[in-house]
Design a protein around this ligand. Structure first.
Ligand SMILES: *Cc1c(COP(=O)(O)O)cnc(C)c1O
Length: 386
C-alpha cells in the first residue's frame, strides 16, 4: 500500500536521537530549548513553547488567551477534531464557520457574516482558530482586520503548514495572530514522533504557556508569592499539565529542521506533477492562492461526480483495493457522534458538506517516487473510467 503520508528519517536523524540516549538528559535538558530556538529563527517569531502534541499546544494556547467556561471559540468544520476539542477542554462553546469552496479554508465571507449576526445577539467569539488546511495559509490579513474590528484573539492551527509562506513571510511569524501551533506527528511535514509547538511574539503568552505545560510550576522567583524557602524551592501558581516534549523528541525535531525546506520543496514539486497528470481527468485539483507558498501537507482532489458513473465511496474503495492509501481530510466535525450529541448539525455548512461528498487525499510525502505517482494516477484513471 502506498500510504497517503509518512515520515522521512535520515541516518543523521537517528544519530541525533542516539546521541540524546547516551547523554545525561532524556527530558528537560538542552535539546528542547535548542529546537525551540531553531523554530523561532526559522519562523521569525519571538518565542516558542515545545509540547508533546499540537493538541496540547492548542489547549494551552486557548488557556493562555483566557478561554474559559461560557466563552465562545470558532474554527473550521473541515479540520482534525483537535482544532475544536481545545475549546471544549476549557469549558468553552465551540462553533464552526463554513469553508471557502476554492481553498477549503475558513471562508472570510462566512466569518464576516457570522460576526455581524453574533454582534447583534451578543455572542461574539473570544478566539477564532483558522486552520491552514493542506498547508495553504488562510486569508490572515483579512482575519486579522476582523479580529481588531470585533475584538477576538486568533490562534493559527498551522499543523499542516510549517515551512510554508504567506505574503512571502514564514507561516508562524504571528504577524496576524496571537499564537500559531504546529504538529510534529509522523504524517506531518517534520516529525518528533509525537510533538507540537506553540509560537508567539508575546512574552506574557509564552510565559503562561510554559507554566501550563509543566504543572503550573515556576522556579522564577519573580513569579513567586514570597521569596524562595531555599535552593530546592519551586511554587505551583496555576493548574497546569504535563505536556512537556522530551529531549529525545526535540533532538529528532531539530535534526529534521535541516531538511524542512527540502521537504516542502519536494512536496510542491509532487503537487505540480499531480496537477499535470490530472489535467484531463474529471477531478478538481487544489487551488493555490498567489500570496501563499503551501506546506503541501495534503494533496486533495474533488471528484466531478456528474461526469463519473461511480460514487465517491466506490472510487475511494477502488483505490484502496488497488493498494493506493487514499484518505479523506476531513469528516466535518459536526458529523462526529460526540458533537451530534452536543446538538451540532450540518445545516449551516453547505460548502463543508459539499466538500465532504467529493474530496479524496492522494498520497504525498517527500519519498514518493515519480513511478509511484504515475501508479496512483493510472489507478485513478481506471477507477474513474470503469
Ligand atoms: C494533526 C493535527 C492536529 C493535532 O496534532 P497532534 O500533534 O497529533 O496533536 C491538530 N490540528 C490539525 C489541523 C491537525 O492536522
Amino acid at each position: 500500500m502506498i500510504p497517503y503520508g509518512k515520515q522521512d528519517i535520515s541516518e543523521q536523524d537517528i544519530q541525533a536521537v542516539v546521541d540524546i540516549l547516551r547523554s545525561e538528559c532524556l527530558t528537560q535538558g538542552p535539546a528542547v530549548p535548542a529546537f525551540e530556538n531553531e523554530i523561532t529563527r526559522y519562523c521569525k517569531v519571538k518565542h516558542a513553547v515545545a509540547v508533546n502534541s499540537a493538541t496540547s499546544a492548542l489547549h494551552i494556547a486557548c488557556l493562555a488567551l483566557g478561554v474559559g467556561k461560557g466563552d465562545i471559540v470558532w474554527t473550521s468544520p473541515i479540520t482534525f477534531v483537535a482544532s475544536a476539542n481545545c475549546a471544549l477542554y476549557c469549558g468553552a462553546i465551540v462553533d464552526f464557520v463554513d469553508i471557502d469552496p476554492r481553498t477549503y479554508n475558513m471562508s472570510v465571507e462566512s466569518l464576516t457574516e457570522k460576526l455581524v449576526q453574533a454582534k447583534k445577539i451578543g455572542s461574539l467569539p473570544k478566539v477564532v482558530i483558522p486552520v491552514h488546511l493542506c498547508g495553504q495559509s488562510c486569508d490572515m490579513a483579512k482575519i486579522y482586520t476582523l479580529s481588531k474590528q470585533y475584538g477576538f484573539k486568533v490562534i493559527e492551527d498551522a499543523s499542516h503548514s510549517i515551512g510554508g509562506k504567506y505574503l512571502n513571510e514564514p507561516i508562524g511569524n504571528c504577524r496576524f495572530s496571537d499564537i500559531t501551533v504546529f504538529s510534529f506527528h509522523p504524517v506531518k511535514i517534520i516529525t518528533t514522533g509525537e510533538g507540537g509547538m506553540a509560537v508567539t511574539n508575546s512574552l506574557l503568552l509564552a510565559k503562561k504557556m510554559q507554566l501550563l505545560r509543566s504543572h503550573g510550576i515556576t522556579r522564577d522567583k519573580d513569579e513567586m508569592t514570597h521569596p524562595p524557602d531555599g535552593p530546592w524551592y519551586y511554587q505551583q501558581i496555576d493548574l497546569g499539565y504535563n505536556y512537556r516534549m522530551t529531549d529525545i523528541q526535540a533532538a529528532l525535531g531539530l535534526s529534521q529542521m535541516h531538511r524542512l525546506d527540502e521537504f516542502v520543496k519536494k512536496r510542491n514539486i509532487l503537487a505540480k506533477q499531480y496537477n499535470q497528470l490530472l489535467l484531463d481527468l474529471p477531478v478538481v485539483i487544489p487551488w493555490q492562492q498567489d500570496d501563499c507558498y503551501s506546506g503541501m501537507h495534503l494533496y486533495v482532489i474533488r471528484l466531478k461526480l456528474g461526469q463519473i458513473n461511480k460514487t465517491h465511496c466506490q472510487i475511494f474503495e477502488g483505490m484502496r483495493s488497488a493498494g493506493i492509501g487514499v484518505n479523506l481530510h476531513y469528516i466535518p466535525i459536526y458529523q462526529q457522534p460526540y458533537f451530534e450529541r452536543l446538538g451540532y448539525n450540518g445545516k449551516n455548512y453547505p460548502n463543508a458538506n459539499f466538500y465532504y461528498s467529493e474530496a479524496i487525499s492522494l498520497p504525498i510525502f517527500p519519498a514518493l517516487t515519480q513511478q509511484e505517482q504515475i501508479t496512483v494516477i493510472e489507478t485513478l484513471q481506471i477507477e474513474l473510467k470503469s
